[in-house]
Design a protein around this ligand. Structure first.
Ligand code: FE2
Length: 200
């Protein structure tokens, strides 16, 4: 499930921070636990640059969002042009809060093979198959990886008035009934992950 947020960060200052700290980053390392649609053939390397340990700039944002009591791991995510993140489900039932840092492009995420464009969104990447498809430009995102239940995060954001109900409901009319489902044994995600593994 995806919820659009009304929160808007200061893109310019976050971009400047990212480029000043670019050299402290590293290539994304896929966990061995992650199963992707290309898992045994081509787990992508050298396409996705991450800058972690950015609490000095991230903490005020986390507080403004009302998430300061939660387990939140902030990072910058820079995906190079013409690269694809294959379909996968994130480990630890992570919920992502993504903010677009580009002025001239709107990024999208594919959930169950459908594209969703966003400026600032909460997305259940630990409970939904997702990918980022290739585009001819690089993408810069500020991301909070939140290891807390979807409902708890959603309610905290709603209490602060950060959920954009109109935009969210028009793409997710069943939002209020949404239940986050982890890839537990025998559910659809579990079958997807095991099917992916067995048939590669
Ligand atoms: Fe992911």
């Amino acid at each position: 499930m995806l919820a659009h947020l009304t929160y808007r960060c200061n893109k310019k200052s976050l971009r400047e921070y990212f480029w000043e700290n670019y050299d402290k980053g590293k290539w994304h390392e896929w966990s061995d636990k992650i199963k992707t649609d290309e898992y045994f053939e081509d787990k992508p390397r050298d396409i996705w640059w991450k800058v972690y340990e950015i609490h000095d700039i991230a903490d005020p944002i986390i507080k403004e969002l009302g998430l300061e009591e939660m387990n939140v791991s902030p990072r910058f995510s820079y995906q190079f042009a013409n690269t694809r993140l294959p379909t996968h489900v994130d480990i630890d039932n992570i919920v992502g809060l993504n903010m677009n840092l580009m002025d001239d492009q709107v990024p999208d995420i594919h959930l169950n093979n459908r594209p969703y464009f966003y400026e600032c969104m909460l997305v259940d990447v630990g409970g939904i198959k997702h990918s980022v498809e290739s585009v001819p430009y690089a993408r810069l995102i500020f991301k909070l990886a939140i290891r807390e239940p979807w409902d708890k995060i959603y309610k905290a954001l709603e209490n602060k008035g950060w959920i954009d109900p109109d935009l969210t409901m028009c793409i997710n009319p069943n939002l209020k009934e949404y239940i986050s489902i982890a890839p537990a044994k025998e559910n659809e995600l579990w079958h997807y992950l095991n099917h992916t593994q067995k048939n590669k």
